[in-house]
Design a protein around this ligand. Structure first.
Ligand code: SF4
Ligand code: SF4
Length: 57
């Protein structure tokens, strides 16, 4: 189950550099995670100031 970035995202970009598999990129109004690349390490959630990345339901 990949992580997903919710609408709380501030587009600060902090998570992009933390992702070990480069699954995160800037999207339209928020950053987005490529579900096919995400290995569910949680690094993005740990660095995010607003807790926007979470495991998908
Ligand atoms: Fe990248 Fe890990 Fe976040 Fe998935 S959980 S997007 S692999 S930092
Ligand atoms: Fe958005 Fe959080 Fe990533 Fe910043 S660290 S771009 S607020 S998901």
């Amino acid at each position: 189950m990949a992580y997903v970035i919710n609408d709380e995202c501030l587009s600060c970009g902090a998570c992009e550099a933390e992702c070990p598999v480069s699954a995160i990129s800037e999207g339209d109004g928020k950053y987005v995670i490529d579900a096919d690349k995400c290995i569910e390490c949680g690094a993005c959630a740990n660095v995010c100031p607003v807790g926007a990345p979470n495991p998908a339901e």
